[in-house]
Design a protein around this ligand. Structure first.
Ligand SMILES: Cc1cc2nc3c(=O)[nH]c(=O)nc-3n(C[C@H](O)[C@H](O)[C@H](O)COP(=O)(O)OP(=O)(O)OC[C@H]3O[C@@H](n4cnc5c(N)ncnc54)[C@H](O)[C@@H]3O)c2cc1C
Length: 424
């Protein structure tokens, strides 16, 4: 099975349903890198195609770059390293550090760098965030025929880099400390990142099912998110999508172009109010898509990979379903663990509070140190901003995330001016 075609592309060989293979496909797909994926189906196949001893050989997956370089035990990190994508920061302190390269963070990077601020953008996975997993974004201004989220993100990445932003991939901020009027963030791989201001654009993480076997099966038939790179591998299969929002609807439509059938299951009695009308119309008009409401997955089945699951249906029966593909898009929770112990104020669901949402009876929180009130996208720490889906009350759309990213940069300028750190 191939996820793409052509010779001048990265070739990856691995075991079917292997989580490490999924991680690589997901990363390359979201990074708009052309690649082929080959499922090795027997020991002979593994020997002939990948040059390893058999399917149990720990050197799988094997990745061959277009220049012929062969990477054994391939991982996202060592592939990115060989492609020259892992770079070290060039400065010790930046005007602004941005965390998360989804639409909000990319937009902030474009505006900050284009306005002369020294800018660093850190992303723990692939550029594009949730939007990067979308097969076709049809409601973003300026693209009447729609654009894939990965392509939109790649264009934004190029734009940010052209203006001078540094993008550090596979770097995760894990703990923030605010001191000396700036922010210092501990990075997951060791080291720190210092900046005068920061913009948190870390978005949300998909909710899990909280069922037994989930960790074992993740990436091996059970997928969180739209799995855009998986669609071509679903040819002729019966695929299941769990969720009732826009992201689930879009994923189902994309899968329907390849799979034999796509069943969209949701707990609610009808698709979420957040599912756009155009998507629902298209889903209902697609002959191989079935929508099942009031359905709850109760059990996952399979040892090495997903073989099926059990579901409680709207008649309160529990039935078993055989499938090797279940895509879960049941909302998310914000990525704000980095803010633990910072005193930064979050809501009951851990979203970051900003601007007017911080005021109680018109007054800022007790530890707010300035005479002015927090700016619109400013958190409870001056000079620290939050944009996009991670922000309490955000709209959860690409356009609003992009708009907030741009707006935060003008507030960064204001903050730098008032603290005497502006070059103007
Ligand atoms: C499948 C799908 C389809 C969608 N389709 C549409 C659509 O058609 N139209 C529309 O308007 N909206 C759509 N949305 C919603 C839209 O994608 C989101 O609202 C938007 O991506 C939010 O952008 P963001 O930058 O705030 O966050 P995200 O896109 O969530 O990006 C956050 C980024 O931060 C990174 N990150 C998290 N924590 C850290 C850390 N500690 N350090 C470094 N990096 C970190 C993450 O890896 C991620 O890349 C869709 C969403 C999904 C999932």
């Amino acid at each position: 099975m191939s996820a793409s075609g052509g010779l001048d592309v990265i070739q990856v060989f691995g075991r079917p349903n292997s989580p490490d293979g999924y991680d690589i496909r997901d990363f390359l797909g979201r990074s708009v890198v052309e690649f082929t994926w080959t499922d090795l189906i027997s020991d002979d196949d593994a020997r002939a195609r990948a040059g390893v001893m058999g399917l149990d050989d720990p050197r799988l997956p094997v990745c061959v770059l277009p220049d012929g370089l062969r990477i054994e035990s391939a991982t996202v990190r060592n592939i990115a390293g060989h492609l020259g994508w892992l770079t070290a920061p060039s400065a010790t302190t930046y005007d602004v550090s941005i965390y998360g390269a989804g639409p909000a963070g990319l937009s902030a990077a474009v505006y900050a760098a284009s306005e002369g601020l020294s800018t660093v953008l850190l992303e723990r996975q692939a550029v594009g965030g949730q939007a990067g997993t979308s097969s076709l974004i049809e409601n973003y201004l300026g693209f009447p025929g729609g654009i894939s989220g990965a392509h939109l993100a790649e264009r934004a990445r190029q734009q940010a880099v052209a203006f001078g932003a540094e993008i550090l991939l596979l770097q995760e901020g894990v703990k923030a400390t605010f001191r000396d009027g700036g922010i210092v963030v501990d990075l997951a791989g060791g080291g720190t990142m210092a900046a005068r201001t920061n913009i948190c654009a870390t978005g949300v993480e998909y909710n899990r099912l909280n069922l037994a076997g989930e960790d074992r099966l993740a990436g091996a038939g059970l997928y969180y998110g739209a799995g855009a790179a998986e669609a071509p591998l679903c040819s002729g299969e019966d695929v299941y999508v769990l969720g009732g929002g826009n992201s689930a609807g879009q994923a189902a439509l994309h899968m329907a172009a390849y799979a034999r059938t796509v069943t969209v299951m949701m707990r609610a009695a009808r698709p979420a109010a957040s599912m756009s009308a155009y998507l629902l119309d298209r889903l209902t008009a697609t002959p191989n898509v079935v929508i099942r409401v009031r359905s709850t997955v109760t059990k996952l089945e399979g040892d090495e990979y997903l073989t099926g699951f059990r579901v409680r249906t709207e008649n309160d029966d529990e039935v078993g379903i055989e499938t090797t593909r279940l895509f879960v898009l049941i909302g998310g929770r914000p990525n704000t663990e980095w803010a633990n112990d910072t005193g930064i104020i979050r809501d009951a669901n851990d979203y970051l509070l900003t601007g007017p949402d911080l005021l109680v009876n018109g007054r800022p929180p007790a530890h707010w140190p300035l005479d002015r009130q927090p700016y619109h996208l400013e958190t409870s720490v001056p000079g620290s901003f939050a944009v996009g889906d991670v922000r309490h009350g955000s709209i959860k759309r690409v356009a609003s995330a992009v708009g907030e990213g741009a707006m935060a940069v003008s507030l960064v300028h204001r903050y730098l001016e008032e603290t005497g750190q502006s070059d103007d």
